[in-house]
Design a protein around this ligand. Structure first.
Ligand code: ARG
Length: 466
């Protein structure tokens, strides 16, 4: 396109932008992915213009036909994008104008400022839906891994020290809780995005008799009862980037969860733990050490989370201190959210792949959980059941642990007489505290790792993830 015909805003200019300026200010290289949403917005806007009599039904039909043809070309890759036309909006409008004379009326009562806000709100609703599906898929794979290893016990850890025994499934269900909160969070982000900006104009609305509610309804910006939802302040509408920050926050937090799951798996797959073997499909080898099998997928999940946090930080910094309303700085809001979406989508799929290839090492898990010291708290509970105040019981069991260490025997091998000397409430049945099965069975309260609770959680997740 000849530079001199900057059709969109060139009227008051006598010289064209420098090539360097065009290169600097274009966004079509990254905002072209908004084309389907931009076209949906233009179709709704023009339908509304026809409805209120600002364009004729014929003009509207011509605009719709032109937009559909452009969308088809974009989908098949035959559309020619031009960076000299700055952004997705001007590329599409320019192409439409070349085909349809009525296109010159399309931008009536509209600014790129409310247009980009609309495109992005539509995109957020789409992107949240995609991520919710992907997270649900990873959750289903996780549930299957829990089901396949239902009876397996492992130590639970605090401070990365063996703490108390839990079913492996209980640990996996902790991951499920994290992921399910992410899924819910994306639903909230989509909900917050569900308000139509069109009609805000550049910042002060329009003098023309438009019907904002109609446009909102046509675009699906509606509440549960189908009532249109339109933004309530024209200045806030074009300045607001909360949705971007909320979306990036949800991605960053998802990334934090993926990184913690990944870290557990990295530890568990090391020779030191050896609780689990990762599939070859999601591991890599070393170019130097032939024996190595590295958990690169998990390490990248951990690494990507840094990038997701960086994107959030970019957005917060971009908006901080920015005067109302729209400023061109805001064009820089899109690369970080697109990157957060792409990397979150990819990472969630990879997590599902990793989880689908886990093989747990039953012997190593059993050996790790066999240490009777993991049930020291249960011994204290034994004393509590015999009327000993917990602090006193804790102290007494501490002395028992010390004695076992001095004698270099496992905790449950101490003779009853020896522990009775440390506290008179110990009876001969104290060793029963070390029975793993009954220790777990006693943990019956909601959210606890006992088998009855675990069965309930299996039922709950199976229902939720159906
Ligand atoms: N490409 C622009 C952006 O992403 C669209 C809005 C442009 N508005 C303007 N007044 N230059 O921010």
């Amino acid at each position: 396109m000849p530079k001199a015909s900057q059709a969109t805003w060139g009227g008051r200019f006598t010289a064209v932008p420098a090539d360097l300026m065009l290169q600097f200010s274009e966004s079509v290289s990254f905002d072209r992915r908004l084309a389907p949403f931009d076209i949906a917005g233009s179709k709704a806007h023009s339908a509304m213009l026809a409805e209120v009599g600002l364009i004729t039904a014929k003009e509207c039909a011509a605009i719709h036909g032109g937009l559909d043809a452009i969308l088809a070309e974009i989908a098949t890759g035959t559309f020619t994008w031009n960076t000299q036309l700055e952004d997705v909006h001007m590329n599409i409008e320019h192409a439409l104008t070349q085909r349809v004379p009525a296109a010159a009326k399309l931008h009536t009562a509209r600014s790129r400022n409310d247009q980009i806000a609309t495109d992005m709100r539509l995109w957020f609703k789409f992107a949240c839906g995609v991520l919710r599906e992907k997270i649900a898929n990873a959750e289903r794979v996780l549930l299957a891994a829990a089901a396949a290893n239902r009876d397996l016990l492992i130590p639970g850890y605090t401070h990365l020290q063996r703490a108390q025994p839990v079913y492996l499934a209980h640990h996996l269900f902790a991951w499920l809780e994290m992921l399910d909160r992410d899924r819910a969070r994306f639903a909230e982000v989509a909900d917050h995005a569900n308000w139509c900006p069109l009609g805000a104009g550049a910042l002060a609305g329009t003098t023309l008799p438009i019907d904002r509610e109609l446009t909102a309804t046509l675009l699906g910006f509606t509440d549960a009862k189908g009532r249109p939802q339109v933004t309530q302040n024209s200045m806030d509408t074009v300045a607001d980037r909360d949705g971007f920050i909320e979306f990036a926050t949800a991605c960053a937090l998802l990334g934090v969860h993926l990184s913690r799951i990944a870290e557990d798996l990295i530890l568990w797959s090391s020779a030191e733990f050896k609780f689990v073997e990762l599939s070859d499909a999601f591991s890599t080898g070393s170019s130097l050490m032939p024996q190595k099998k590295n958990p690169d997928a998990c390490e990248l999940l951990r690494g990507k989370s840094a990038r997701l946090q960086g994107n959030l930080h970019t957005l917060l910094t971009l908006v901080k201190g920015l005067p109302l309303t729209y400023n061109r700085d805001l064009q820089e809001d899109k690369p970080p959210v697109f990157d957060s979406f792409d990397q979150s989508a990819l990472s969630t799929d990879v997590l599902a792949g990793v989880l689908g290839g886990l093989t747990f090492n039953r012997e190593r898990c059993a050996a790790a959980v066999a240490d009777p010291a993991l049930l020291a708290t249960d011994v204290a509970d034994y004393l509590v059941r015999r009327g000993v105040p917990f602090r006193e019981a804790h102290h007494a069991v501490g002395a028992v642990v010390r004695l076992a260490e001095q004698r270099a025997v496992p905790l449950n091998q101490l003779p009853t007489e020896a522990v009775q000397q440390l506290h008179p409430a110990f009876g001969p049945d104290w060793v029963e505290s070390f029975d793993l099965t009954s220790a777990l069975a006693k943990r019956t309260g909601t959210g606890m790792p006992g088998p009855a609770q675990l069965a309930k959680q299996f039922t709950r997740w199976e229902k939720l993830l159906k």
